[in-house]
Structure formats: C-alpha cells, structure tokens
Design a binder for this molecule. Structure first.
Ligand SMILES: Nc1ncnc2c1ncn2[C@@H]1O[C@H](COP(=O)(O)OP(=O)(O)OP(=O)(O)O)[C@@H](O)[C@H]1O
Ligand SMILES: [Mg+2]
Length: 467
C-alpha cells in the first residue's frame, strides 16, 4: 500500500488542531504541534513532510515566520495558513513570501477544506516525482563520462529511446562513442537479457557480409560449411543488432536490408524458407547519410527506415568541458591497469589537453592517456609527458591570425581553418591532414594519433582522391 502523505498541523488551540487531525487522518498521516518553535523542529526532522498547516496568530513566533523558516529548512513542503477574521490581508501578504494557500477559520466546510489540502499535497507530490524523474534522466550513464549539455542531451535521448523498439541511427565522427551509445540502448532496453550482435559492415567483403548477416544453408556455395550457419541477424533474435559503418554497404545489400526491415524475416543464403526474427536495429555511421542519399549512393527508402530516431554524437572539440573528467577517468583506469603508480596530472598538462583539437575524439584521448600513463616518469603527468601531436599543434589564435595562409590548399590548410560553416566531411579532412602533418607525414603515426586504423586512414585519403 502507498504511504499516506504526512501533514503537520500547528495551532495553539488544542481542540482545533486535534479536530483537524482527526478529520484528515483517514487519508493523511497527521502530526500536531502547539507552537512555531516545536513545529520547526518537526519540519527539520521529517524530510518527507508534504504539507504544513499553521495558524497565523500564536504565542511566540507567528505562522508567517514559521512558513518562511520551514521553507528554508525544506524547500519541497507546501504551506497553508489558517486565518481568523482580520488576518486575511496578512495571509495574502504571506503568499508572496512563500505560503502556498490559506483557509479561513473557523473551518466549517469540511469538504472544501479537504479539497484544498488534497490539492496542496498533490502539487508537492507531483513536484517531487518530477524532480526525481529529472534527476534520474540527467545523471550520466555508467559507461559515459561528461556532464556537458551536449552529452546530457545524449543521455536523455538514450533513456527515452532505449525502452522502445524504434530503429536508431547513430551519426557522428570517429571515436565519439557511437558504439557506446548502441550498447547503452541495448543495456537499458527490455532486450538487455538478449544478445547484442555487432557487425562491422566496412570490414567485410560484399559476399562475406551477406553470409555473415543472413547465414547460409549447407552447400549454399563452394566451401560452405556442411552444416550451414546462422547469420548475425538471426543471432540477434530477442536482442539488438548493431550495424556499424552502415554507410559502407553497397546498393545490393541496401535492398536486402530494406526487405529485412520491412518484413522482419530473413532468408539464409541458399535457403528457401523465410525465418521470422525479432531484433531491434541500431545502425551507426561517421558519414553524413543524408548527403550520401543526395549523391545517389544510399537508398532514400532505407535511409528513412534507419533514421526513425537520430542520435548525433558530438566531436570532442565541441564539448571541451568534458575533457578534464574524461582525463580523470582514463588516468584512473590506466593507472590501475599499470600498477597504480600514476596518481594525477599537473594543471599545465591538463590545460594543454583541454586546448588540443582532438581530431580522433574520445578514442584518441583515451589512447593518449594510456600512452602517457605507461610512459610517465613520475607520479604526476607533466607537460613533458605530452605526446608530440599535442605539443606541436599550432595554437588556435595563430590560425585565426592568418586566414589567407589557411585558405591555400595542402597540409597547411589542415589545422589552420576554423570550424564553423564547414561540413562534417571537411572538418574530418582538416583534422586528418593536421594529424598527418603533426606526424611528419608518417601515416601510421597519424592514424595512431587519430585513434583510427591505418586502413581507415587510407580509405579516407583514397575517397578524397576519388571525389
Ligand atoms: N563519453 C564517453 N565517456 C567515456 N568513454 C567514452 C565516451 N565516448 C567514447 N568513449 C570511449 O572512446 C572509445 C571510442 O568509442 P566508440 O568505439 O563508441 O566510438 P565510435 O564513435 O564508435 O568510433 P568509430 O566511428 O571510430 O567506430 C571507446 O573506448 C569508448 O569507450
Ligand atoms: Mg565504432
């Protein structure tokens, strides 16, 4: 059974407070007090008090002062004043000071009084519930660090969308936590007990991707396992299917995927039976799918099927206030994994990390912290421990000061231009070029600094050449 809301009734006339308490006791847990001083003690020691009902004129402190002090002690209780003839003006004045309502004495109309009490209690209860809900929605999700408005928005979206079956498209630059978002959507959903199956679409050839996703029947193709195999979609039955780098799949696979999403059935390669599968789809991409659609490279119908809910993970440079807490988290994590000898970071070193542009986003920050902790010379990370890509980055101001130099093409263009009207692809290109420049042209080092694979780096470069 639900607990009865608590009400404190304060009046110097014992018969009156007892009568009110008796009237209200069927629905409320009533406490009484004869004066303001003892009432305030009760307020302070009863955090779940919902409503204070007080007479105005009492020996000692009056009801108006009591209301003010009670609100100071507990901002979430409602206060109602009882006014005798001649104190109505005072009560009105008190409402400006924090009282929520007043009722005229003598209380003769019981049902009217009860209604006003119920209303006051309901308001408080709703406010409390709202505050609790908000607090729950706004806390960080366990695997995420950062309380910037940008990240809070993501947590809010995840919490709202996770319990549903809606298909989600996670869009954002490399290393911004897209997979983390996908896993959180799964973990906070009713499917959490089921499987989470991740498929890296870009890593597989066309044929492999098809048999990975759909599975195959025995003897479906030369070399096919004699017993056949279930695919990733079937494996995700009862759980979540995560298709990473969805922008990389070719037109033929796009059609097949669209069919799966429409029918919620699959057919294994070489099979002739439609198998119903219950899965929730989360897709991720670091490309701008809308522009791929415009360019005719991605089917519009599939795009709309995927993009029911769109979650965009922000570049780290757009929420720099999260860098310090991320540094603290990774420092702790990697220090623990490496004997615990590194205990902190000097303010100047932290400042340098905060000022850096982080083209590889959180993944790059994580990699840098791992490297710094492993190579650290003392208990505290100092500027001397910073990797070259951070110490060698030209400051933003210098870049702004020479806009003409920045507009010339080539590597110099990389770090010099500021974000603003550039597209995601342009920003990515700029960051990658900057990293290559910082690594002295060494692409392996640049890829490492960016937190991406060398393959991905080469693929990007080839794309620019092709485009
Ligand atoms: N907000 C965050 N708090 C803590 N760790 C994070 C956060 N965002 C990302 N990470 C960590 O950064 C790394 C990269 O995240 P993730 O793999 O989810 O990025 P991604 O967007 O999928 O990258 P890519 O496009 O390169 O696949 C992971 O180790 C992840 O745990
Ligand atoms: Mg990823």
């Amino acid at each position: 059974m639900r607990k009865k809301p608590k009400i404190l009734i304060v009046d110097d006339e014992k018969p009156l407070r007892d009568t009110l308490a008796r009237w209200l006791s069927p629905s409320y847990d009533c406490i009484t007090a004869p004066d303001a001083a003892s009432a305030l003690e009760i307020v302070k020691s009863t955090p779940d008090l919902s409503l204070l009902i007080s007479d105005i004129k009492m020996p000692g402190e009056d009801g108006i002062t009591l209301v003010r002090k009670a609100k100071e002690a507990n901002g979430s209780i409602a206060c109602m004043l009882l006014t005798a003839y001649g104190t109505v003006d005072l009560a009105v004045e008190a409402m400006k000071d924090g009282a929520d309502d007043f009722f005229q004495k003598p209380v003769t109309d019981l049902s009217a009084f009860e209604m006003r009490v119920a209303k006051a209690v309901k308001t408080v209860t709703l406010e409390k519930e709202n505050a609790e809900l908000k607090a729950r929605l706004n806390t960080e999700l366990e695997d995420f660090t950062g309380r910037s408005p940008a990240m809070m928005r993501i947590y809010g979206l995840i919490r709202k969308v996770a319990p549903t079956n809606a298909t989600v498209l996670v869009e954002g630059p490399s290393g911004t936590g897209k997979e983390l978002v996908a896993r959180a959507l799964h973990n906070l959903s009713p499917r959490a007990g089921g499987p989470f199956v991740a498929v890296e679409c870009a890593a597989l050839s066309k044929e492999l991707l098809e048999s990975e996703l759909f599975g195959y029947e025995a003897g479906a193709f030369t070399g096919a396992n004699t017993r056949g195999r279930i695919g990733n979609i079937e494996a995700a039955n009862g759980g979540t299917l995560f298709l990473d780098e969805i922008g990389e799949i070719d037109q033929e696979m796009q059609v097949k995927l669209l069919r799966v999403l429409e029918s919620r059935t699959i057919r294994r390669v070489g099979g002739n039976e439609d198998i119903a599968v219950d899965f929730r789809l989360v897709a991720a991409t670091n490309k701008n799918l809308a522009s791929l659609v415009k360019a005719g490279k991605f089917r519009e119908d599939l795009y709309y099927r995927l993009n029911v809910i769109d979650i965009r993970t922000p570049a780290l440079s757009s929420h720099k206030e999260d860098i310090a807490p991320l540094v603290a988290r990774f420092l702790k994590e990697f220090s623990a994994a490496n004997g615990g000898s590194v205990t902190g970071i000097e303010p100047r070193a932290l400042k340098a990390l905060e000022d850096y542009s982080w083209p590889g986003n959180v993944r790059q920050l994580r990699n840098v912290m791992e490297k710094m902790v492993i190579l650290a010379s003392g208990a505290k990370l100092t500027e001397a421990d910073l990797p070259v890509e951070i110490t060698d980055e030209p400051p933003d101001d210098a870049a702004e000061a020479s806009p003409t130099a920045a507009s010339s093409s080539g590597v110099a263009d990389g770090s010099a231009r500021r974000e603003g009207d550039e597209t995601l692809a342009e920003a990515e290109k700029r960051q990658i070029l900057a990293a290559i420049a910082a690594a002295g042209g060494n692409k392996t080092k640049a890829a490492d600094a960016l937190g991406i694979s060398r393959r991905t780096l080469h693929r990007k470069i080839n794309e620019w050449k092709a485009g």
